[in-house]
Design a protein around this ligand. Structure first.
Ligand SMILES: NC(=O)c1ccc[n+]([C@@H]2O[C@H](COP(=O)([O-])OP(=O)(O)OC[C@H]3O[C@@H](n4cnc5c(N)ncnc54)[C@H](OP(=O)(O)O)[C@@H]3O)[C@@H](O)[C@H]2O)c1
Length: 324
């Protein structure tokens, strides 16, 4: 396989492959059944394909995703760029605030990420809370202390809220933004991407496949297994309507799949925006991963192909996808 292009992740200076691997599904709590042995094989396969970037969080499978990544990294930590997140554990719904109300608690929290990952440092720690909560300053200060201590190499934030992003990055020390972006959700193109370019924030794209919709494998009759949060697309009338609307767009996108799959087209689309550093599609099986990684090696989309995409979802348009 040809080598996957590497790009610098914003102010971190860290070189990352332009395709990474999202590890939410292997936590086992939200995307239907997964098998740990298969998940470890998936990470081995990603490494063999040359992928160096892995995204996880303290809450995926209540830490199980981090534990598995830790196991996979044993005796070869240097081959991995690790991004993880903190914020949602024991979130106080009533007060809408995180449990991390002192810098010491935040630092102890990140130390527990490190314990699960069985490592001394992470390459990118991200604030997982996607709206302004009263503890935002604690996250920023805590992350900067952890950087001084060598426990994190860089820090970032995961949000689609432009005002929050600007507040989080008030001192312009944030290295990266994680954001939902896809053919169905082009909203970041409006204000957020011009801002990240101007302020040198790397951008990690999550949701490039819109949780599988943009692979073209679903129909209006598709059903999701127990424990798969995508069941909500059928349970809620509004969400079902949006799902059907998405499926109509997907049908039209199939005109662009000459020589590539729809999943590859969808990932390529995200990688072509100049603000984007890398995409982190999730995968549950090696076959999905193989297909997704090829997107990094295909020739870019043409202006004509973009014109059809623009006619379906105009630049800056589309819909935010939960959790956005
Ligand atoms: N910061 C946040 O709040 C946040 C939120 C969401 C996600 N994330 C991160 O982003 C990563 C990606 O998650 P996402 O929600 O953005 O999902 P996505 O990448 O849009 O879709 C991933 C899912 O699509 C299916 N899939 C992947 N490749 C496929 C292929 N080639 N053919 C057919 N199906 C395929 C798989 O599920 P099935 O096989 O079950 O369909 C896979 O789990 C997560 O793992 C996580 O690291 C972060």
């Amino acid at each position: 396989m040809s080598e996957i292009e590497k790009r610098v992740l914003g102010k971190s200076g860290i070189e990352v492959t332009k395709i990474g691997l999202g590890l939410w599904a292997i936590g086992g709590d939200a995307w239907g059944e997964v098998d740990d042995r298969e998940s470890l094989d998936l990470i081995d396969a990603a490494l063999d394909m040359g992928i160096n970037f892995y995204d996880t969080a303290d809450v995926y499978g209540e830490g199980h995703s981090e534990v598995l990544l830790g196991r996979a990294m044993k005796n070869r930590r240097d081959q991995f760029i690790v991004a993880t997140k903190i914020g949602w554990r024991e979130f106080d719904e009533a007060k809408q605030t995180s449990q991390y109300d002192t810098v010491e608690k935040l630092i102890a929290g990140v130390e527990s990420n490190l314990d699960r990952l069985q490592t001394d440092y992470v390459d990118l720690i991200q604030c997982h809370i996607d709206f302004r909560d009263p503890n935002m300053e604690i996250f920023v200060e805590g992350f900067q202390k952890l950087q001084e201590q060598g426990k994190v190499r860089s820090y970032g934030v995961s949000t689609s809220d432009f005002e929050y992003l600007k507040a989080f990055n008030a001192d312009n020390m944030t290295a990266a933004l994680q954001i939902d972006y896809s053919i169905l959700n082009r909203t970041p193109e409006k204000d957020i991407f011009p801002y990240t370019i101007k302020n040198d924030l790397g951008v990690l794209v999550r949701g490039p496949l819109a949780m599988g919709i943009l692979t073209g494998k679903f129909t209006k009759d598709s059903r999701f297994e127990e424990g798969d949060f995508r069941q909500r697309w059928h349970e809620n009338e509004d969400e079902y309507r949006v799902f059907l609307n998405d499926l109509e767009k997907v049908e039209q996108l199939k005109a662009l799949t000459d020589g590539r799959s729809l999943a590859q087209l969808a990932i390529q689309f995200t990688l072509q925006h100049p603000a984007v550093t890398l995409a982190i599609p999730g995968a549950k099986r090696v076959s999905q991963l193989e297909e997704n990684v090829q997107a990094a090696l295909l020739p870019p989309l043409t202006a004509e192909e973009f014109a059809l995409i623009d006619s379906l979802t105009p630049p800056g348009g589309g819909r935010k996808i939960w959790p956005a």
